[in-house]
Design a protein around this ligand. Structure first.
Ligand code: PBG
Length: 324
């Protein structure tokens, strides 16, 4: 059957019909709100590369948690900017590290009402800005694992509900699962940044978190943009090592990977709508070139339609102002 018996426009005629037939709807409870907590400041500092986004002092994290909950957001992702950095990223696993302090404040205030996710990586804490220990100019895999394990445990001790390793070291999920279980945190889930591509879309974040590598780049550990099978292999390995949820990152240039991940595996799929994706929208909107609110809905709907169950997005912070 075809035209004129078939008329696709029949079901698009009125707003009510269109709403009735709509399949994908963004829900605030599926969005994750990233928070930058900076040990060196006492007032919020605007992040110039991410218009509308701030680094927050420790004393403000409760307000951030409240804002999130008021908007229907259930979860925050913590990033720390420490006062001091060193060769081996001690601040990442310090008992009184900035993320640990932020997590314990949030946990004390909100109990289990808010899901606290900790990004487990060393790059914000190392003087060289790489995600692992450096020897002879190379990021050492196995020596880094122990530090990631310690970071995960110290975050869990501080009140983090879910640990999210993003260093892209081989065996990091296995090691972190073992460290957590040995410390009595067998109930703490791992959200694995499994398919994390080496991407220029992280540029604005690196200003926000002061984590730009001082030499070289992250291509020896983050994935090559041109590859597909490798992403599925990374995800499969992480699931075998004990990942409870997996992530594809960035989102927009990798919608095919999100889609494949969803079709291939039975675990929840998280997509990271990264800093560069946020900043492009903001820049165009500030110039009056696009309708910001409609574009945010369209982008997040697209990421969800591709197969993401949850989306980490900087747009989460004011979801009430743009959600249709
Ligand atoms: C830490 C980390 C990064 C991001 C999340 N966790 C930076 C990087 O890998 O360089 C990027 C997030 C974003 O761009 O929004 N490794």
């Amino acid at each position: 059957m075809s035209f004129p018996t078939v008329r696709m426009r029949r079901l698009r005629r009125t707003e009510a019909l269109r709403t009735m037939l709509n399949q994908i709807q963004i829900q605030p409870s599926n969005l994750i709100y990233p928070i930058f907590v900076d040990e060196t400041i006492t007032d919020p500092v605007p992040i110039t590369t991410m218009p509308g986004y701030f680094r927050h002092p420790l004393k403000q994290v409760i307000d951030e948690g409240k804002t999130a909950l008021e908007q229907g957001i259930k979860s925050v992702l913590l990033f720390g900017i420490p006062a001091e950095k060193d060769e081996i990223g001690k601040g990442a696993y310090a008992k009184n590290g900035i993320v640990q302090k932020a997590a314990s404040k949030l946990k004390a205030q909100f109990k289990d009402e808010l899901v606290i996710i900790g990004d487990v990586c060393l790059c914000e804490y190392t003087s060289h800005g790489h995600c692992g220990i450096i020897k002879e100019g190379e990021v050492q895999n196995d020596e880094t694992l122990e530090l990631l394990g310690k970071t995960a445990v110290s975050q869990a001790e501080a009140g983090v509900d879910i640990v999210a390793p993003s260093a892209m070291m081989d065996g990091q999920i296995f090691t972190i699962r073992e460290f957590l279980d040995d410390s009595g945190f067998e109930q703490t889930p791992i959200l694995a940044y499994s398919a994390k591509y080496a991407s220029a879309f992280y540029g604005p974040f690196r200003e926000a978190a002061e984590s730009t590598p001082k030499f070289g780049n992250r291509k020896s550990y983050q994935m090559n943009q041109g590859n597909v099978q490798e992403a599925l292999r990374e995800i499969e390995l992480d699931i075998n090592e004990g990942a409870d949820m997996i992530m594809v990152k960035p989102a927009l240039a990798y919608l095919d990977i999100i889609s494949l991940a969803k079709a291939s595996f039975d675990v929840p799929v998280v997509a990271y709508n990264v800093s560069g994706e946020y900043s492009m929208v903001k820049a165009a909107a500030l110039n009056g070139w696009i309708d910001e609110k409609t574009v945010i809905n369209e982008i997040l709907t697209g990421i969800k339609r591709a197969g993401a169950d949850m989306i980490i997005t900087y747009h989460a912070k004011d979801v009430k102002t743009w959600l249709k």
